[in-house]
Every structure is written in structure tokens, then in C-alpha cells.
Design a protein around this ligand. Structure first.
Ligand code: SAJ
Length: 420
């Protein structure tokens, strides 16, 4: 990138200031870009402009405050003119597990009127194959005076896909350290996007075409989902055989080429439980393994519920139950798409006469979905384990650190294998 007179790399607008867009904006600002963050939420825009983080992420509060204080990052609701646009908006499901591209469309509708030619538009949102092309088609339909390849002498807009790979909880480290895959709709777009990402990414930046980059992202998450499904399936089989699945996996993993992941109460989050379906919906005929893995992982919460119900029956009608953890994975506060959360709601609503002590050290108060039940008490880990049935749903550190002798004589269901 060529330094401009102001000492900046140039201007970047990041559309969507969520778990990925906001850290991307902060890291760009920290690496010499003049960044505008665009979001539809008044709360997000106001918080960001005050230098306040709208969600919990290790190490990001200080970096955000500095980016705003230095004047390199500003947030607003409408899209300005910019050299580069990065679209980082949700791609949820619609219909039969197909991707809803309407947030991308809305982002693009804000960008199109601002274009003058030679801008780069990068799609970061996890998307089904063909989404970058869809984005380009929508821009060019709104702006027929422009083109993606300079045809008929029209000014060029460069389109690329740059899927994110960061792990929630480690975003500020992985944002700069991870290797990246960039897919250009044209070879020139790929090279331009690589130049931008190399200003802040210390990992290797590989360039390919847009569709391969889209599939690479989905493939990474489907790989993890399939491997977790194997562990979850083993946990059911081992339970039926009276074998400790954790010991089983530990022993099998001593083989030099075996590395089985950990069973749990199901797979949560907005990535691994979602993205493999985009592969399935792109080719239903050939994606049997990917679909089955999704079904195995989605079936795990019901199995955990049946185990808790068995224990409650044995413990008696008066026995209270401790549910430890609601987040979708350890040591974070994110409850979205969390199997633990769904297990808690199902149990609490199916057993209104039984008391449930729910402990989640990473949140201040229970979400309304649970707080509204009369049979629910929000409790510290130490108070919760006074219940007769103790169910560990999330392997948060404060649960791992509990003195096991306090509850070892109770009915214990440890879905993460931490109390062995
Ligand atoms: N889980 C298990 N057993 C395991 C590992 C995970 O049950 O052995 C569960 C977790 O408890 C959680 C879910 O899987 O419910 C997903 O957690 P995760 O830590 O595996 O992944 P995410 O969803 O936080 O982030 C993933 C990452 N992708 C891969 O590791 C391939 C991350 O790098 C991506 O950037 C992110 O998805 C994304 O945004 O797509």
C-alpha cells in the first residue's frame, strides 16, 4: 500500500461491527488505516464511539479504546465513500438450512451508491459457494456504469472473499497471527486484497479464486464438526458398553496418528454448528458424512437430557438439580446457539416442580428465557453443587477447580469429562 499524505494507508469501511467486524476494524486502525465502522445498531455505534466494547473479548477493550482515542476509528450508521469496504455481517439460515444472504445484500446496497471506481470490496462473512459472485452481481446491477473486469472501458470494482478464522476468546491474537486464504473474483482483485491483509496479518496470505476460498472456510469448520461428531458418537457407544469414553479416547490418542477430539453436550456457536450445512445445501447428493455429523452433534443434547432425567428419577421427586454452565464453550460469556442453554431450558420447563440451581460465572444475571421460571435459582458454583443431582455442561475453570469431595457422593453427570 502506498502511504498517503496524511500518513495513512488509506480508508477502509467495515460494514458490521460484530464479533469479527469490530476486531478487524480495530486491528486495521492499529496498522495505519483510517477506519470507519458501520452498524445498524445505535447502541453499537454509540459504544464504539465512546471506545467501549459491546461484548467480552480478551484484550480487545484496550485496543478499541486506543483506536478511537487516536482518531483512526469512528463508527456511524450510514456507509461513506472509502478505498476499501469489508463486509462482515451475519449469514444465518433460512428454509432448509440454506444461507440467508439478505444482510450481505443490505450492506452492498449501502456501498453501491458510494463507488467511483477502483475500490476493493471484500466479503468476510462465512458464505456458501457463489456468495462473492452474488455480491458483485448485486453491486453491478445497481451500478451498470461500473464493472468487475474493466469490460467496455467501465471503471473497475474489485471483489474478493477473505474468510475469517479467529477463535472466540483468542481473537486479538489470531486476527494477526493466523494464515489467511483470499479468493479474488479476478486475479487482480485477489492480489489487491492480499496487499490489504498483509498490512496487519503476520501469517501467510494465500490467494485463490473466490469459490475455493468460500469452500475452504466451510471445509475447515466441517472438518472440526465431523471430528467432534466422531467423539460424540463414541461417547454414546461407550456409555452403553459401560466404558469410560474419556479413558478410551486418551488411550486411543496414544497412537501416533490418532487425535480424537472431546465429546460434550453438543456443538454450539454460530460457526461450526452452522457452516457445514452450507456445504450440504450446495450439494445434497454428495454430502452424506457432513450431514450425518451435524445430525449426530445436534442429537447429543437430547441424549444428555435423557441421562439427567434418569438420574432425577433415581434421586427422587424432591431432589434438586445443579446445572453448571450455559455458554457454548469454556471461559466465555457467549450463550448464543449454546447446547448447554437449550438443555437447561428443556429440563427446567419439563420439570416445573423441581428446583434447578443454575450456575454461570461468566454472566451477571440469567437471560430472561431462564430467569422467568419460578423453579430456577441463579447460584454460585459452590451453592449449586449442594443439589442432589450435579450436571456439568460447560468446562469453565471455576467448575474444574471445585473440590470434588463436596459432591462425589451425589448423582453426577459430567458431559465434559473434567472430574475424572
Ligand atoms: N467442541 C466439542 N469438542 C471439542 C471441541 C469443541 O464439543 O473437542 C464444541 C465446543 O464446546 C463448542 C463447539 O464445539 O460448543 C465449537 O467450539 P470451537 O472451539 O471448536 O470453535 P468456535 O465455534 O469457537 O470457532 C470455530 C473455529 N474453527 C475451527 O477450529 C476449524 C474458528 O477458528 C473459526 O474462526 C470459527 O469457528 C468461525 O468463526 O468460523
Amino acid at each position: 500500500m502506498v502511504e498517503t499524505a496524511s500518513g495513512s494507508n488509506g480508508t477502509v469501511t467495515v460494514v458490521g461491527l460484530g464479533y469479527i467486524g469490530l476486531p478487524t476494524a480495530v486491528v486495521l486502525a492499529d496498522n495505519g488505516w483510517q477506519v470507519t465502522g458501520v452498524d445498524i445498531s445505535d447502541r453499537t455505534v454509540e459504544m464504539v464511539n465512546r471506545g467501549e466494547l459491546p461484548f467480552v473479548e480478551e484484550g480487545m477493550d484496550v485496543a478499541l479504546a486506543e483506536a478511537v482515542r487516536s482518531g483512526r476509528l469512528k463508527a456511524r450508521k450510514d456507509t461513506p465513500k472509502s478505498d476499501i469496504f469489508i463486509v462482515s455481517v451475519p449469514t444465518p439460515f433460512k428454509g432448509d438450512h440454506e444461507a440467508d444472504l439478505s444482510y450481505i445484500d443490505a450492506a452492498v446496497d449501502g456501498i453501491a451508491p458510494q463507488l467511483v471506481g477502483d475500490e476493493l470490496i471484500v466479503l468476510e462473512s462465512t458464505s456458501p459457494p457463489g456468495a462473492t459472485e452474488h455480491m458483485a452481481d448485486r453491486v453491478l446491477a445497481a451500478r451498470p456504469d461500473l464493472s468487475a473486469d474493466g469490460s467496455n472501458g467501465r471503471p473497475v470494482i474489485h471483489f474478493a472473499h477473505a474468510p475469517e478464522r479467529v477463535l472466540p476468546g483468542r481473537i486479538m491474537i489470531e486476527m494477526t497471527a493466523n494464515d489467511r486464504v483470499i479468493g479474488g473474483l479476478t486475479p487482480e482483485a485477489g492480489i489487491k486484497a492480499k496487499e490489504v491483509y498483509e498490512t496487519f496479518c503476520n501469517g501467510e496470505v494465500s490467494v485463490t479464486d473466490a469459490k475455493t476460498a468460500e469452500m475452504a472456510k466451510l471445509t475447515e469448520n466441517a472438518f472440526r464438526d465431523v471430528n467432534i461428531a466422531f467423539a460424540n458418537e463414541l461417547s454414546l457407544i461407550a456409555d452403553k458398553m459401560g466404558i469410560d469414553v474419556w479413558e478410551l479416547i486418551e488411550l486411543a490418542n496414544k497412537h501416533p496418528r490418532v487425535n480424537i477430539l472431546s465429546p460434550g453436550p453438543g456443538v454450539g456457536g454460530h460457526c461450526i454448528a452452522v457452516d457445514p450445512w452450507f456445504i450440504v445445501s450446495s450439494d445434497r447428493e454428495n454430502s452424506n458424512l457432513v450431514r450425518t455429523a451435524r445430525e449426530v452433534n445436534d442429537g447429543k443434547p437430547a441424549w444428555v437430557i435423557s441421562k439427567v432425567e434418569e438420574a432425577m428419577k433415581t434421586a427422587g421427586p424432591e431432589a434438586s438439580v445443579a446445572l453448571l454452565g450455559l455458554a457454548f464453550k469454556p471461559n466465555i460469556d457467549d450463550l448464543r446457539e449454546s447446547p448447554a442453554m437449550n438443555i437447561a431450558i428443556d429440563l427446567v420447563s419439563a420439570h416445573p416442580d423441581r428446583t434447578f440451581y443454575i450456575s454461570e460465572p461468566f454472566i451477571e444475571e440469567l437471560p430472561a428465557k431462564l430467569a422467568n421460571f419460578k423453579n430456577v435459582v441463579f447460584a454460585s458454583p459452590e451453592d449449586a453443587i449442594k443439589a442432589e443431582v450435579v450436571v456439568l455442561l460447560v468446562d469453565h475453570d471455576p467448575f474444574i477447580d471445585l473440590d470434588q469431595s463436596l459432591f462425589s457422593s451425589k448423582f453426577v453427570i459430567d458431559t465434559r469429562g473434567v472430574w475424572r
